[in-house]
Design a protein. Structure first.
Length: 398
């Protein structure tokens, strides 16, 4: 195991970023440049969700396209996180990925926020740690009233009036809070640095990922993303859940309530509702609107439906989790010269298994991602290249 900040393996300052790049946009380009300058980082490690992202969707572009954009814009190493880290709620997503970066010897964790700075987040984390029992009691009360866990959790927090001057419910703040909270549990904590959102970068308006995805569904516009990402998007078929909807319905048609209960994430009778409404739903969006309620958030439903599509049962998920706890595994998507040098320095000192080539001997160690990628290749047959066995890491010379 590496000790973050230790000089025993390198004198370089190593910055880690947890991301999805769905797609890579001007805000991400700004983040890589600004964080390198702010931290004076010698190496930037990007730990990125693969083809399946945290909100239970396939990314709009392949992991290779997004890795290419990141490497062209300032990243030195792009590593693909395992499915058990990426297909999770914010707290588990943060815990698994921060732990992995810690084990890779990262000194500083960098991430974007809407407005909150390091002091804001640390104050909130300390307050939260002292309120665990009160929060848990309040959450149980709201759950009993039929609210989803995320909604119950937020209501519990609001009731306790946390000492914050920022919106804890905004997406970047939600993740930032979880990054800091898990970091506080580490024996050797990472330093962390925040970067508030910017509205403009290099004279271009910075749109969010969701705004860009919505815009691209209407008409392809090079100007909404950096040129390197635009080139990648133009060469590929853009992905969204509606492309996968017929395949999802095929999976659901094979289930009964009893068998659907065996899928990871399915509980509290949601299997009956899913099987009752999916046949009449004419689109994925319609299916989602029929399933979302105060008990079930959109993200939770999407993660369940992704598990259905990938046929991930509770037993399969538990085995993948056990494998991850035993040996955290990431896939190497690409590197620069600085990234290669850093890999050579840590390869015998880190507990993280870094796969540079997927083959028969390494496939079991990344089985969740291979399952997700295999289904994606079927959905996008003819427009998406094979994602693993014929691929090698991107080498970016600088």
């Amino acid at each position: 195991m590496l000790n973050a900040g230790s000089s025993e393996y390198t004198n370089k300052k190593v910055l880690g970023i947890i991301t999805e790049y769905n797609p890579f946009h001007f805000g991400h380009e700004y983040q890589l440049h600004a964080l390198r300058e702010k931290v004076q980082a010698d190496v930037i490690i990007v730990l990125m969700s693969g083809n399946v992202v945290q909100r239970g969707e396939y990314a709009i572009a392949s992991k290779w396209a997004r890795a290419e954009a990141a490497l062209s814009s300032g990243a030195d190493l792009v590593l693909e996180a395992p499915l058990v880290a990426s297909l999770q709620s914010a707290d588990y997503f943060a815990a698994h990925n921060v732990r992995t970066l810690h084990e890779l010897g990262v000194d500083v964790l960098g991430f974007g926020t809407e407005t909150a700075n390091e002091s804001d987040l640390l104050t909130y984390a300390h307050w939260h740690a002292n309120q665990i029992e009160a929060i848990d009691m309040s959450v149980k009360q709201y759950l009993a009233e039929g609210f989803s866990y995320p909604a119950s959790y937020q209501k519990a927090l609001d009731d306790l009036n946390p000492p914050v001057n920022f919106d804890t419910t905004s997406p970047n703040h939600l993740l930032g809070i979880q990054y800091v909270a898990y970091n506080e549990t580490l024996e050797q904590k990472l330093d962390f640095v925040t970067l508030p959102r910017v509205e403009n970068w290099k004279g271009v308006d910075v749109l969010s990922g969701s705004q860009i995805r919505q815009a691209l569904e209407q008409e392809f516009d090079h100007s909404v993303v950096p040129q390197v990402m635009a080139d990648q998007l133009e060469q590929s078929s853009l992905m969204n859940w509606n492309h996968a909807f017929p395949f999802l319905k095929f999976r659901l048609a094979q289930h009964t309530p009893d068998t659907l209960q065996e899928i990871w994430g399915v509980r509290e009778g949601i299997e009956n509702l899913i099987l009752r409404v999916y046949k009449a739903s004419k689109s994925y969006d319609e299916l989602i609107s029929n399933l979302v309620s105060k008990r079930w958030s959109k993200a939770s439903i999407q993660r369940i439906l992704m598990a259905v599509l990938l046929d991930i049962t509770v037993n399969v998920w538990q085995q993948m989790m056990a494998d991850f706890r035993k040996e955290p595994t990431v896939q190497l998507l690409g590197f620069t010269d600085a990234g290669r040098s850093y890999l050579n320095q840590i390869k015998n000192q880190t507990s993280v298994n870094i796969i540079s080539n997927i083959n028969q001997s390494t496939a079991d160690q990344f089985r969740g991602n291979l399952r997700a990628d295999g289904i994606l290749e079927i959905i996008q047959a003819g427009t998406l290249t094979e994602q693993n066995f014929t691929k090698y890491p991107i080498v970016k010379r600088k």
